[in-house]
Ligand binder design. Structure first.
Ligand SMILES: Nc1ncnc2c1ncn2[C@@H]1O[C@H](COP(=O)(O)OP(=O)(O)OP(=O)(O)O)[C@@H](O)[C@H]1O
Ligand SMILES: [Mg+2]
Length: 375
């Protein structure tokens, strides 16, 4: 039986492990928190720091294949493991490009992949110097930001004071009409499968995805462009794995790549029920060198993220769970986190229906009925 390791033990790892039970695989998780969402679903939990060279190297050296569920891992250790013959998916080279937003943007430019215009700044000082003729802008720290925490919208020169004092990308703010994400699956030999694009609606305050519809409602021409761009991103990264390509459609009808994640992604949670082969099932097929599955949609879906309620920190309690569980074609996923805090991703709910009105209506109903609060 193959031994597969996952760096990181969050909800993505947890859902990946739920699918692992269908395959001949022995699973390993490396993570600091022995109570993390993935800890109790793997065969072997190893406590350690995914950013530490020795921890990652020692974790991976006797495994057949290693993957990630978060980008902030020690890539040097993965490089050494790959050089010693371990299969590392995605490749350390692809991970290195994506991990830093500066190199990620350079990659898009180099391969003529459309992306918002940008400058690179090294410090607050440089930010102040370059902001004047570049407004409105979005500043993104090069490394370490996630869930919107490394992103700052800068509307005016005064706003620049709340910017980041570290190496970052300063993008022109795009007037967004729609946010789209496409998941691409790439097998070891290069076989590729594309999931239908999803459409996202964000909370402007928390910067977190909280409502999604799949498949996205876009015109045929735009769909072809989206698919072509997603394929190009995956092809140029030349790595097996699952890649989630986030894009914007601007008010002028232009398509831009926002960012790519080299792993299973929040925008693919619905694929568990709403697609023939889920992103998690697909990743196991890739990791274990089996043929790709069918990414096609079984039925349209909407997805609500369950975030910790503002003002609630402490031991978690779910209000309104019974009411939601009574609803038809509604699927609840809780991530098993013991502590809630404002905005923390605690679970998600997938809704399936042929009728778009029903998808929107039920999503709103669930957002109001189900609350993640503290005891
Ligand atoms: N150039 C831009 N113009 C307008 N809005 C933007 C721009 N870049 C980012 N945003 C907005 O900010 C959100 C977060 O940006 P981004 O995806 O780069 O950050 P992130 O921290 O990696 O987020 P996540 O981990 O949630 O994907 C985007 O989904 C989009 O709504
Ligand atoms: Mg994003």
């Amino acid at each position: 039986m193959q031994k597969a390791g996952i760096l990181g033990g969050g909800q993505l790892g947890r859902m990946l492990l739920q699918e692992a039970a269908n395959y001949p695989v022995e699973t390993y998780v490396l993570e600091n928190d022995p109570d993390c969402p993935a800890a109790h679903l793997c065969h072997h939990f190893i406590k350690g720091d995914i950013r530490n060279f020795d921890d990652v190297y020692n974790f991976g050296k006797d495994l057949d294949v290693i993957t990630i569920e978060i980008e902030s891992v020690n890539v040097d250790a993965l490089e050494k493991l790959a050089a010693e013959g371990r299969r590392v998916i995605p490749t350390p080279a692809a991970l290195r490009i994506i991990k830093n937003k500066v190199s990620q943007k350079a990659f898009y430019t180099e391969h003529s992949i459309p992306t918002a215009a940008y400058r690179v700044v090294q410090s607050m000082n440089e930010l102040q110097k370059h902001i004047g003729d570049w407004l409105p802008a979005v500043q993104k720290i090069g490394e370490g930001g996630y869930d919107g925490r490394g992103v700052q919208v800068i509307m005016s020169v005064d706003d620049a004071a709340k910017g980041f004092d570290s190496e970052s990308v300063l993008e022109k703010k795009v007037a967004i009409s729609k946010e789209i994400a496409v998941i691409v699956a790439v097998a070891e030999g290069g076989d590729t499968a594309l999931y239908p694009p999803v459409e996202m609606i964000f909370d402007p305050y928390l910067n977190l995805l909280n409502f999604q519809i799949a498949p996205a409602d876009v015109q045929q021409n735009m769909l072809w462009r989206i698919q072509a761009v997603a394929r190009t991103v995956a092809k140029q990264l030349s790595s097996p794995g699952i890649f989630a390509v986030e894009m914007f459609i601007s008010k002028e009808g232009e398509l831009y790549v926002n960012e790519t994640a080299p792993r299973v992604h929040n925008s693919g949670h619905h694929t568990i029920e709403a697609n023939y082969s889920s992103q998690y099932d697909m990743l196991w097929r890739i990791l274990l060198n089996y043929p790709l599955g069918n990414p096609a949609s079984v039925e349209s879906s909407s997805l609500v993220n369950l975030l910790g309620e503002p003002g609630h920190t402490g031991e978690v309690k779910y209000e309104g769970l019974e009411e939601v569980l009574k609803m038809e074609n509604v699927f609840v996923h809780l991530y098993g986190k013991k502590q809630t805090k404002p905005g923390r991703k605690m679970g998600h709910v997938t809704i399936m229906s042929k009728d778009k009105q029903d998808l929107v209506h039920k999503a709103q109903q669930i957002r109001h009925a189900l609350k993640v609060v503290a005891h």
